[in-house]
Ligand binder design. Sequence first.
Ligand SMILES: Cc1ncc(COP(=O)(O)O)c(C=O)c1O
Length: 427
Amino acid sequence: MGTQKLAVCGGERTVPAGMIKNWPPVDETDKDFVMKSLMGGSHACGPNCEAFQKEYAEWNGSKYAIFTNSGTAALHMGIYACGIGAGDHVLVTAYSWSSSATCILHHNAIPIFVDIDFATINIDTDRIEAAITPRTKAIVVVHLHGLAVNMEKILAIAKKHKLKVIEDACQGHGAMFRGRKTGNWGDCGAFSFNQNKCLCAGEGGMFVTGNEQIYRDALKLWSFGETSTPSEKRDYHAYALGWMYRGSDLVAAFGRAQLAKINRYIEIQNENAAVLNSRLKGIKGLILPYEPERGMHNWYNYTSRIDMKAIGWKGNPQLMRDAVMKALNAEGVPVSVWQSFALPDMTVFKAKNAYGHGCPWSCNGAGDGVEYRIENYPMAVRHTNSHFGMTTPLRAPNRTDAAEKVADAFIKVFENIDRIDPEKILK
Ligand SMILES: Cc1ncc(COP(=O)(O)O)c(C=O)c1O
């Protein structure tokens, strides 16, 4: 047992106030890009949007890219462009951001969840085939927390069952499987640029694909069902059901400035994660994130789990997890719960309330036999109840001195875990 008094019990905090700086770092380049866009005459889908698409495609190694106003929009474009329609079944992991699955509902198709592999927190590739039905048309593969999924396994299953693959790389910027970046393995991919992402433009997203037909179809959904982009000669005709998923020039300008620095940012995340991984290895009760070969993880979110058995906790796991988080927060470490519900436990699925009147599940028997019961996803439940994550301490401008302090705080809390009484601490 440790001898130091925890900050949550009145002891001294480990990470000095103000040490962990905000994400993302903003410098003169960012100001310059945004001010030039602001003072230019084109604030909607303007020249920075076009340049951002080109530069992102180049950086990611993708043939086509479309700048969107969110990652969710890019995912929906992928569902549509892969030919998914009413009543089709689409497989997706049981633990992710809601959009990974609601993008399927957006096009009247039906999400079928697959439990996670507890170690990686990604979809359990060994459970995918059992979830395939005659209606299954695609898999949404989420590279969760920036860890690339084993795409060779996914593509082998997809080929065998003739399924399309849409990569949710909203958290996966720069993460690679066998040296190839996410977004380039499946039929198409989606990235997010919202506040917390490894490329922050405020909000926004990018749709990528190597397939010209998929690109053309995605363009229709992107901009009012039209077939030409705003920079081409438009006929303002809706050829298909379209949304308005275009991003603004100001956001693209910020995104471009950040993109110029992303390689360095990801390098820093790797360095900071390496400090935590080596300092925290072997600590009783702490399950560290899966550490793959270098390059597969961008360390978007450093997610740990508490091993309740190892610490002898037999009560509600969420209570102990919340108490440990409170203790870490008091030490100055900004940890938090990322998703407190696994996807099959979210009301939109459980209540089948997407489009009203039970649609799309009630349409032509498409949802017959489809049930969302959380008890069918035990690994997602175990993860949801015991995890906590953190992003900012890993990110630039925070460097290894901050990571060392964060590691000190983790060690202090876990060495004193026997003293943590959730009932007292959470009062
Ligand atoms: C895994 C995942 N998918 C999809 C999204 C949706 O991205 P956005 O918020 O840009 O719509 C997010 C993030 O918010 C995400 O983390």
